[in-house]
Write a protein that binds this ligand. Structure first.
Ligand SMILES: Nc1ncnc2c1ncn2[C@@H]1O[C@H](COP(=O)(O)OP(=O)(O)OP(=O)(O)O)[C@@H](O)[C@H]1O
Length: 232
């Protein structure tokens, strides 16, 4: 198993105000899979994603990547793990306003020993013609493409996506989902994507549904649909 999630528990607060957000989550994700995490607001999706991403820590249980537990890593090793293995895509793009598209993407390349070729990637992203523009000269979709470029230029093993289409309209959302699918096919990164949008599960290899901090469903999607053909 490429990513092993074992009996993860996480709560916030103390005594009477204590909330158990993850109540013992166990699951596995294979290399190269697109895994979609679904669940209602407050069910614990982002908390789980942040623990997988090494941004937050569980109270108990563990995450292991290729058999290596993040809990056993010291801060230095954890930083290296995040840099080497993980790319992050969020709803907010967080681009650097005074750097152009190409430069914003290149920021991610400094974190890698073996980055992807920038011009090739710009073409895959559909941004080659826009490479000299600043973020405020781009549409929302182009900004999200740039943010995806910044996350994947270091060719991470795992692409962590938290509501990547949350701020986008229908047509642009589908373009971005298709891009994530293209990246997954071309570079083989494992994708873990949190979404509220139930339709997105149809493009997944694996679907994990969470409710109240527990896994309700975890299955392989036998009838995978191309991102382009999704409807909602
Ligand atoms: N730092 C924190 N301190 C206290 N409670 C928190 C903290 N972070 C999250 N929570 C609580 O944990 C619960 C789960 O939050 P989480 O963000 O993981 O849910 P989610 O499924 O991603 O929700 P959404 O879809 O709305 O983003 C919520 O009730 C939230 O209020």
């Amino acid at each position: 198993m490429f990513i092993e999630i074992s009996n993860l528990k996480k709560g916030y607060g103390y005594d009477g105000n204590r909330v158990e957000v993850l109540k013992g989550i166990s699951a596995g994700v294979e290399k190269g899979e697109i895994c979609v995490l679904l669940g209602p607001s407050g069910s614990g999706k982002s908390t789980l994603l942040n623990i997988i991403g090494g941004i937050d820590q569980a109270d108990s249980g563990y995450i292991a990547i290729k058999g290596e537990k993040t809990i056993d890593m010291n801060e230095k090793k954890l930083t290296r793990y995040r840099r080497k293995h993980l790319g992050y895509i969020f709803q907010m793009y967080n681009l650097i306003p005074n750097l152009n598209v190409k430069e914003n993407i290149e920021v991610g390349a400094y974190l890698s020993d073996s980055p992807l070729e920038i011009n090739d990637l710009l073409k895959t992203l559909g941004l080659y013609e826009h490479r000299h523009k600043l973020p405020n000269q781009l549409s929302g979709g182009q900004q999200q493409r740039t943010a995806i470029g910044r996350a994947i230029i270091k060719n991470p093993d795992i692409l962590i996506c938290d509501e990547p289409t949350g701020a986008l309209d229908y047509k642009t959302s589908k373009e971005i989902l298709k891009l994530i699918e293209d990246v997954n096919t071309k570079y083989g990164n494992t994708v873990i994507m949190v979404t509220h949008n139930d339709a997105i599960k149809n493009m997944a290899d694996r679907v994990i549904k969470i409710r109240d901090g527990e896994i309700r469903k975890n299955y392989i999607n036998e009838e995978k649909v191309c991102a382009q053909d999704l409807e909602w």
